[in-house]
Design a protein around this ligand. Structure first.
Ligand code: NAP
Ligand code: MG
Length: 491
């Protein structure tokens, strides 16, 4: 059996135990009795140390030129993948603690550096100031970093999500304190510590520990000048209330219940059905921008159902470390219970629920937090599997008759993260996309495989406030500062 890992806190340029010396244990969701490792369990004293370190490092870091910070980001991206054995160990650990299959763990780790390169490429554009010539005044618009930022990430995609806020915060000139989720913090901690080693001390600090012990202490810490949170809607609401304490801005990336509209003329060839399948079931469906409600024109309903069921039935469900596995377990017991309740409620209401896929090891399947890819056919749209975010391997398919009805169904949601339109008609696709209340609409694709990393990302309605990624996602970490004088004085 592999040796269990111990991860520490990373504060002020050093790995260190929590001051209490306490740790918490992390188990493998595919084999819930198997201990994967221990992480340092911080308390409020460690929060003070991390915030003090981020604050002390701020002026020097923020005064560097954009190009100097971009050079650091490029160094980070290279260093993250420099040691092939170290990288492979981190990827394996990620699968063991998280459940996601090795291939996905590998993509997530390997693509992390891309986000640093992307941000580094904005150095010149970020340095540009806007000059507003008079009359009546000459004004320069500049941008300044706010100060230490608290970055809070969820368990589902901890590395990718960090990639949507960490390089952006850094290139903007902020220092950071990061709190990953207890449900996936070992490989994340090792990754954060590794990249922090390349940076001046105090620029990146890491806290692990229970949200009830350190969450609020971090959010309301006097030295934190900005919060960037990704997670659930209820915790997002709480974060916003906490941000009010010191009146700091909070960017919130919250849940989603993305609709995909598959029109009468959609191309549903093998490749398209495969894209639709992956949009719903990649990472066992635990993706904020997963396709979580499929609406299909009635004339294409049977074809779509048959195509998706065929792909779902070929999936191999098991331990993500095994090469034959194509879908791993749900990450944690709470999430498992949430998804199973939605599926059970759909069954109890008489919906046609298809649980598909191959299970080579039935004993493992019954002990771990597994659920086969599940397709719920034409359920009542008031059922929770349609109305709420399932965040797991189950998707409802609902037929519609008219385009207007489809748009209304998509918008009939408290969420507005992403959406998709599937059609061969470009004008129609754009016309529908412009009527959907969502931060992102993919055409003939959906989810991470269709995502342009240069585009700002975020939600309408309860899916959040503000944007990560893209140029906007960097400016979100800065204040605009106007400097003006009587006309003729500056220009
Ligand atoms: P969560 O329960 O809201 O937790 C998110 C993070 O917040 C975790 O690190 C959690 O720590 C921490 N946290 C909880 N209470 C806190 C507090 N009082 N103060 C500070 N931090 C606190 O969400 P989750 O279950 O991890 O993630 C799943 C949700 O995230 C889904 O709804 C999904 O849609 C959403 N999500 C959204 C996006 C997006 O970009 N819009 C992306 C991915 C996921 P602990 O886990 O240690 O308690
Ligand atoms: Mg749903």
């Amino acid at each position: 059996m592999t040796k269990s890992v111990h991860t520490q806190l990373y504060i002020d340029g050093k790995w260190q135990d929590s001051l209490s010396g306490e740790e918490f244990a992390i188990y493998n969701p595919a084999r819930p009795n198997e201990l994967v490792g221990y992480a340092a369990n911080a308390d409020s004293r460690d929060v003070d140390l991390a915030c003090d370190a981020a604050s002390a490092a701020f002026s020097e870091w923020s005064e560097l030129s954009y190009q100097k910070r971009a050079d650091y980001l490029t160094k980070v991206a290279d260093y993250l993948v420099e040691d092939a054995q170290e990288l492979e160990n981190r990827i394996n650990l990620f699968t063991r603690e998280h459940g996601k299959i090795l291939r996905e763990a590998s993509i997530e780790m390997n693509r992390f550096g891309d986000r640093f390169f992307l941000c580094a490429n904005y150095a010149q554009k970020l340095a540009e100031e806007e000059n507003l010539a008079g009359p009546p005044f000459d004004t320069i618009l500049t941008h300044q970093a706010r100060g230490p930022a608290a970055l809070v990430v969820p368990w589902n995609w901890p590395i990718s999500i960090l990639g949507a806020k960490l390089p952006q915060a850094l290139i903007a000139g902020n220092t950071v304190v990061i709190k990953p989720s207890q449900n996936s913090c070992l490989a994340t901690s090792l990754t954060i510590g590794r990249l922090a080693e390349v940076l001046p001390k105090g620029v990146v600090n890491l806290l692990t520990g229970s949200a009830s012990r350190i969450g609020d202490q971090l959010l309301v810490h006097k030295k934190i000048k900005q919060i960037n949170f990704t997670g659930s809607v209820p915790v997002g609401r709480h974060v916003m209330r906490q941000a009010a304490e010191n009146l700091v801005p909070a960017t919130l990336e919250l849940g989603g219940n993305d609709a995909g509209l598959i029109l009468q003329d959609a191309n549903l060839d093998g490749a398209a059905i495969q894209r639709i399948y992956l949009a719903s079931f990649m990472s066992t469906g635990q993706i904020c921008m997963a396709l979580k409600r499929i609406y299909v024109h009635r004339s294409r309903y049977d074809e779509l159902v048959a195509g998706l069921c065929k792909i779902a039935d070929k999936q191999v469900i098991g331990d993500g470390l095994l090469p034959e596995t194509t879908m791993g377990p749900i990450n944690n017991h709470n999430q498992y219970k949430t998804v199973m309740k939605m599926i059970d409620d759909a069954k109890a209401a008489g919906a046609d629920v298809r649980e598909l896929g191959q299970v080579p090891d039935q004993e493992l399947y019954e002990k771990g937090f597994f659920q086969k890819p599940t397709i719920v056919l034409n359920p009542d749209i008031e059922l929770s599997i349609v109305k709420e975010e399932q965040f797991g391997p189950a998707v409802p398919i609902v037929p519609f008759d008219t385009e207007e009805e489809a748009i209304a169904l998509a918008n009939n949601s408290e969420f507005g993260l992403c959406s998709s339109v599937w059609t061969e008609d470009r004008e129609r696709a754009l016309n529908i996309a412009r009527k959907i209340e969502a931060g992102y609409t993919y055409l003939n694709g959906h989810g991470p495989l269709a995502q342009d990393a240069r585009a700002p990302f975020g939600g309408f309605k309860s899916s959040g406030i503000g944007r990560n990624l893209g140029f906007d996602g960097i400016r979100a970490f800065q204040e605009t500062h106007a400097i003006s004088a009587p006309q003729g004085w500056l220009f």
